[in-house]
Design a protein around this ligand. Structure first.
Ligand code: NDP
Length: 299
């Protein structure tokens, strides 16, 4: 994390995703040991179709994280022109393989592949990404066997680690995507928050966000949330990952969130930075889901 992002920020204010993810990963490693002692090594298989550079980096870090936690982590790389039928046949094989507890097909796939067909084909019990409609439903009805998508699940762990009281809080979720906003909403509702979901058609957005005790920003717009959109003392979690041009950086860009961190940190009681906030939690939660899939498979 670049030192300048957090310079002068009161440490007690920061929700440090790197540190929290480390704790989650250590707990996962202990659970892996316990499962191994019972004869099962949790295994995650990631399937990558094509060679999109960002996806390649994500996939590599998922495999590395699995291995560090003592799990089996394998990546199956398929050429970009792989027919959909071949990918579905591979998923069938992985569904039937007892050594594979979690299956993740890196999204988005190439254009000729229908992502929904892929998601539907993965056995719900191995869908550690939590995108299968069965898991979406299980999470909505609060069934513990369901898998929640890793990013919003990570946000819930961050709120808990930060000692933030969710029950009864007014939570505002900015964004209604299938992978972040909607599952975030269901997790917060199930944790007894009063939740408002905002999107591009929301009227007078700032008036809504100013009512939030907990504000979750997941819209993909760099530094969109300004200080005057935040209630003093609110807890702010920034899910956004946006590249902005920055000639002062060697790479020519830097990563910022959906929240104008420098200004909002003076208003919020607690805030997660970008980078170093939600990002590291996502992979940690993926490992956690995979270990649970392995444990549930033993019953
Ligand atoms: P999507 O583009 O799928 O969804 C964006 C949502 O934000 C939509 O619901 C959209 O509304 C809403 N929105 C867009 N512009 C506005 C606006 N001006 N005012 C109000 N609402 C708006 O994004 P994702 O949910 O996939 O991702 C959101 C951000 O989170 C991105 O920066 C992404 O990179 C990041 N991300 C980070 C992850 C992590 O691990 N930390 C994981 C996943 C995502 P509408 O529905 O009306 O179009």
């Amino acid at each position: 994390m670049p030192a300048n992002v957090l310079d002068g920020v009161d440490a007690a204010k920061l929700i440090d995703g790197v540190a929290i993810a480390k704790q989650v990963r250590a707990a996962v490693a202990r659970e892996v040991e316990a499962l191994k002692a019972r004869g099962v090594t949790p295994g995650l298989t990631v399937v990558l179709v094509g060679d999109d550079p960002a996806s390649t980096v994500y996939v590599r870090s998922k495999e590395k994280a699995c291995i560090e936690a003592g799990m089996n982590g394998q990546t199956i790389r398929l050429p970009a022109d792989t027919p959909q039928a071949d990918l579905l046949a591979l998923i069938d094989k992985l569904n039937a393989d007892p050594t594979v507890h979690g299956i993740l097909v890196q999204m988005p796939p190439p254009k000729h592949i229908d992502p929904q067909a892929v998601i539907l084909r993965i056995a719900a019990e191995k869908d550690v990404d939590g995108f299968h409609p069965v898991n979406v439903g299980r999470i909505w009805i609060g069934e513990k066997s369901g898998f929640a998508p890793c990013t919003p699940a990570g946000v819930m762990v961050m709120l808990e680690s930060a000692g933030c009281r969710v029950q009864g809080a007014n939570a505002v979720v900015l964004g209604r995507s299938t992978i972040v906003g909607k599952p975030m909403t269901s997790l917060l509702v199930n944790a007894s928050a009063t939740v408002t979901v905002c999107h591009s058609k929301t009227k007078d957005l700032a008036a809504v966000t100013r009512g939030a005790d907990i504000l979750i920003a997941a819209i993909g717009k760099p530094e969109f949330v300004k200080a005057d959109m935040v209630k003093p003392g609110a807890v702010v979690i920034d899910v956004g990952i946006n590249r902005v041009d920055d000639p002062s950086q060697k790479k020519g860009y830097r990563i910022v969130g959906d929240v104008a961190f420098d200004a909002v940190k003076n208003v919020a009681s607690k805030i997660s930075p970008v980078p170093g906030g939600v990002g590291p939690m996502t992979i940690a939660m993926l490992l956690k889901n995979t270990v649970r899939a392995a444990a549930q498979g033993m019953k």
